[in-house]
Design a binder for this molecule. Structure first.
Ligand SMILES: NC(=O)c1ccc[n+]([C@@H]2O[C@H](COP(=O)([O-])OP(=O)(O)OC[C@H]3O[C@@H](n4cnc5c(N)ncnc54)[C@H](OP(=O)(O)O)[C@@H]3O)[C@@H](O)[C@H]2O)c1
Length: 329
């Protein structure tokens, strides 16, 4: 594995980090808990020392699974990345959507990043994660009802208390990063980034490179599409929100698979799967510190971790860029 430092902090994480959203089940049509625990342990055995989770992933379930999976590992050998700011247990802040929890109960989700809420959420996460510190605490989504400075002051306080080792955000644009950085120098911004979704290359990545802040790429496999396994007409399980997602329209699946077919020969030469080629490409991009790879079971987790063994030359990276352009990505 390769390990990289987050921003200007002393937190080192694995370049391929385990993404623990799907294992929480919520928005993924459920998940098998035993498979999930085994997946995290298998990833760790391959050198994946970092795990990205969030309270909203299964309303606490993902964090509890992470705690169970790492219970036998010395705490300083793993890095826990979690979040705050998506509440299902209050009716205040910025309303996001109606949803259902893992038991089918109706819930309302709010973005809330007030100081009081952050303090409570941090305690709840520490309890569920069975730990006394979080390696990277991240705002999950911007909350327009709370001044950015208030959120940053709260994270500064948690840093001083030693409850978190580093502070980051998710889904911030450059203007929001600039404003936040006036109160607290953030370690990272976690944003959506994959071969076929590269909007952040325009402004956010150059800003983060200039300001020595890490970009943590989420959904690098475009939620499974970039493994090449999704064909038109794919049947998703009940509650799996990929169905209806804009990347999962029939046209886009066909277009993406044609592109994947064009880079398949390179994957074969490298004795790699398409997913491994995609993950390696992701962490080779300028400014990208980490790729968060979600996995539901041991097999996926091991395969994703071993993407690190794929080495791409400049010519091979250029070949992929050319194919992306040729296929309209
Ligand atoms: N901050 C945010 O707002 C935000 C948003 C999204 C994600 N994230 C984070 O980023 C992480 C990764 O993103 P993601 O989970 O959305 O998507 P992803 O990593 O692009 O894809 C993960 C999914 O693809 C499938 N998959 C993974 N490895 C595979 C393999 N080797 N072979 C075949 N299928 C494979 C699995 O689903 P199936 O088996 O069901 O196909 C898995 O759940 C999340 O877990 C979460 O930690 C953060």
């Amino acid at each position: 594995m390769e390990y990289r430092v987050l921003g200007e902090t002393d937190v080192k994480v694995s370049a391929i980090t385990f993404g623990a959203w799907a294992i929480g089940g919520w928005m993924w049509g459920g998940a098998d808990r035993n498979d999930a625990v085994r997946a995290i342990r298998a990833a760790y055995n391959e050198g994946v020392t970092s795990i990205d989770t969030a309270p909203i992933y299964g309303m606490g379930v993902s964090e509890e699974i992470v705690a169970e999976a790492i219970s036998g590992i010395p705490r300083d050998k793993v890095q826990i990345l979690t979040k705050f700011g998506m509440r299902w247990d209050v009716k205040e802040g910025d309303f996001v959507m109606k949803s259902k929890d893992n038991y089918g109960n109706e819930i309302d989700i709010y973005k809330l990043a007030s100081k009081q809420s952050i303090i409570k959420e941090c305690e709840d996460s520490l309890r569920r994660l069975k730990t006394d510190y979080i390696d990277l605490m991240q705002l999950h989504w911007p909350d327009v009802t709370t001044p950015i400075s208030e959120t940053m002051e709260a994270m500064e306080m948690l840093l001083q208390q030693g409850k978190i080792r580093a502070a980051g955000v998710c889904n911030y644009n450059v203007d929001q990063m600039k404003e936040a950085n006036q109160t607290l120098k953030l370690a990272s911004d976690q944003v959506s980034y994959s071969m076929i979704y590269r909007d952040i290359e325009q402004e956010l990545v150059p800003y983060c490179i200039e300001n020595k802040q890490s970009v943590i790429a989420y959904s690098p496999l475009q939620r499974g599409l970039l493994t090449g396994k999704i064909k038109p007409g794919h049947q998703f399980g009940e509650g799996d929100t990929r169905e209806g997602n804009r990347f999962y329209t029939e046209d886009n699946i066909i277009k993406t698979n044609k592109f994947l077919d064009s880079i398949r020969p390179l994957a074969e030469v490298k004795s790699a799967t398409l997913g491994q080629l995609v993950l390696r490409w992701t962490i080779d991009q300028p400014g990208i510190t980490v790729a968060l790879a979600g996995a539901r079971n041991e097999e996926q987790a091991v395969q994703n971790a071993r993407a690190i063994n794929v080495k791409l030359s400049n010519e091979e990276l250029l070949f992929i860029s050319t194919k992306l352009k040729e296929h309209g990505f």
